[in-house]
Design a protein around this ligand. Sequence first.
Ligand SMILES: Cc1cc2nc3c(=O)[nH]c(=O)nc-3n(C[C@H](O)[C@H](O)[C@H](O)COP(=O)(O)O)c2cc1C
Length: 259
Amino acid sequence: MEKDREKDRDNNPEPEIGRRFQNETKYSPGKMGGYTLDWDSIPKPYKHYESPLAIIQLPEPDTKSGPDLWKLLQKRRSRREYGVHRPIRLAALSSLLWATQGITARYGDAFFRTAPSAGGLFPVETYLSIRAVEGLEQGLYHFRPLTFDLEFLQKGDFSRELTEAALQQDLILDAQVTFIWSAIIARSRWKYRQRTYRYIYLDAGHIAQNLYLAAEALGLGACAIGAFYDDEANKILSLDGVEETVIYMAAVGRPAEVK
Ligand SMILES: Cc1cc2nc3c(=O)[nH]c(=O)nc-3n(C[C@H](O)[C@H](O)[C@H](O)COP(=O)(O)O)c2cc1C
């Protein structure tokens, strides 16, 4: 057994890094850091761009109707076959965004969302690569939860580039929209230091499950994408990959027409 482990370590150094990471970011009694939070240096909780091409106000999400939660949980699947021709409605996109990152409550200065986040710090940002959504030009967009709008960042169909970044997974070519989630590390590092790198992925998981369920409720199909070349994905969004880095994606489309 130990021999196998050694062999594994020799052939593939990654598991060793994983084990070290898990170990060195453990919480244990007597090893909790003991630092005090510096409230004067708390990072900004929201990102916005200085000069986006446009700002698009999103329509009210329809949160009043839909199948019941238990049915959705039963039905949810990763769906990778999309009907490519019909765009999805802007109202549906609005509902998807609300389900993933919508603001649902305010306590003092703090805003809370549909998905939980470690420490209420919300390090995850949402970008969209739009291929076919009614009323939106093709391009890259950044979602702002507080004002519930989209910043239009770049024109064009980025589905080919994204597919290549995602190890040639061509479901992105047909998807009407691809969600790209990044994390702004400083937001969480301010409190959690190295443990941040556990929490950003947990946050993203909650967000993605909300997307899956909302897509299912709207009669759309979603599929999470964890396999991508990090540098290529970051390049598409002009992220530095250190302070802000892509951590997860999901394709969303109309389910393929039954022949
Ligand atoms: C963290 C994570 C990463 C994933 N990455 C991919 C991916 O890169 N490509 C893909 O086609 N599916 C991906 N999936 C979807 C899984 O393959 C899928 O959830 C799994 O096979 C179970 O099927 P179900 O979602 O239909 O229940 C990912 C799922 C998760 C949770």
